[in-house]
Write a new protein. Structure first.
Length: 384
């Protein structure tokens, strides 16, 4: 696809954010490239933080009327859902030259309602629950969501994101000044946390990360380590104990204690990147930065949920259920296989794989370019 070229553009992108960092990075990445390809201006707004019964009634029940809502009906929903200040903040935008962009199921309804009220266009990233992608003008959906073909849908390999190579280099320069590396082999270790499908606890950290420390020390590599907001206190404590006194450790930044996001700087500095498999966004960002990502497998949750997921996986494989029925871990596995086939991922399932992965001087590959590709597709249709 050839990138569209517009001059004298008065297009506007409005990123509608639910405050979740991963969702915001996806929407920012798409908006960044739309801006570059069309000269559109970009601004961001936050949706109301609904909780409890109010959240359920607005985002799970009343929202079901939005796909067929008129502008007046969308306005009524937005006001009832705490969006009065949001409307006031956007008083100066509207019309078909404004595009509202959202990622995540909490931001998507506000994005759709604003587009209906303003007579504007709407774009959603990933597949929001309840609404789905059909009501939106544009949908950017990763292949692991099992999207069904549509002329309003663009399928990506992994999640689009805000990773931009010049920005990574600048961030890396700042990190070099504050925590300079000692080795030419620099390992960025990006750790997630437990959720409904995965368990990354203290025992996992001691078992799976001790070999990483040992191999780094054997090779004289530097380790820059960070966690996510889902990483529990017990895991944080285990990480501190595990890496205490290691000559390879250069940085351990725990997200529970530091608000700063070190990932761009780490991706700009590293020669190797290792991620846990609980976060598609984290793996996609590393692949976008041009790495062949080393994948560390978290423990899978057991019990009824895991048994049910395995059963669904078998039914999908047999063709009795659509691929969209998959959720969590099985769905992510499909993406990881695709990235591995592309040469953007290696599964570090045993210690020998880890040794070979770190022994190379670098694990660079061809960068993913999903945000730019999706943006070009949207701009071509937006102004078409």
């Amino acid at each position: 696809m050839t990138d569209p070229d517009f001059s004298g553009s008065n297009l506007r992108c409005v990123v509608v954010s639910d405050g979740i960092r991963g969702h915001l990075h996806q929407a920012r990445g798409l908006a960044l490239w739309i801006s570059r390809l069309s000269a559109a201006s970009v601004r961001e707004v936050d949706v109301p933080a609904l909780k409890g019964l109010g959240r359920f009634l607005c985002l799970k029940m009343a929202v079901r009327r939005l796909p067929s809502a008129t502008a007046d009906e969308a306005h009524a929903w937005l006001v009832a859902s705490g969006g009065t200040e949001l409307l006031a903040a956007l008083d100066d935008v509207g019309g078909p030259e404004t595009l509202f962009i959202a990622a995540g199921s909490s931001a998507a309804p506000y994005c759709l309602a604003l587009a209906r009220i303003k007579g504007s266009r709407s774009a959603v990233i990933m597949t929001p629950s309840v609404l789905g992608t059909a009501p939106f003008d544009f949908a950017v959906v990763p292949t692991h969501d099992g999207p069904i073909g549509s002329d309003r849908l663009f399928v990506t390999l992994g999640a689009p994101n805000h990773i931009d190579l010049p920005d990574l280099e600048e961030a890396a320069s700042d990190l070099i000044r504050s925590v300079p590396p000692r080795s030419e082999r620099i390992v960025a270790l990006l750790l997630g946390g437990s959720d409904g499908n995965y368990r990354i606890d203290a025992a996992w950290a001691r078992e799976r990360l001790a070999p990483v420390r040992a191999q780094a020390e054997r090779l004289g590599a530097d380790l820059y380590v960070t966690t996510s907001r889902r990483t529990g206190k017990g895991t944080d404590d285990a990480l501190e104990a595990l890496f205490a006194g290691s000559p390879s450790l250069r940085m351990l930044l725990l997200a529970s204690r530091e608000a700063a996001n070190p990932v761009p700087a780490m991706l700009g500095l590293a020669t190797h990147v290792i991620c846990t498999d609980d976060s598609v966004s984290m793996v996609s960002e590393a692949a976008t930065a041009g790495f062949r990502v080393g994948l560390l497998r978290a423990r899978r949750r057991g019990g009824v949920v895991a048994t049910f997921q395995e059963g669904v996986g078998r039914l999908v494989a047999s063709g009795l259920l659509p691929s969209s029925a998959l959720s969590g871990a099985p769905r992510f596995d499909r993406l990881f296989r695709s990235l591995a086939e592309r040469g953007s991922l290696v599964d570090l399932t045993v210690e020998d794989d880890l040794e070979a992965f770190l022994a190379s001087s670098s694990q660079r590959g061809e960068p993913l370019d999903e945000a730019r590709r999706a943006a070009a597709w949207i701009v071509e249709r937006w102004r078409g």
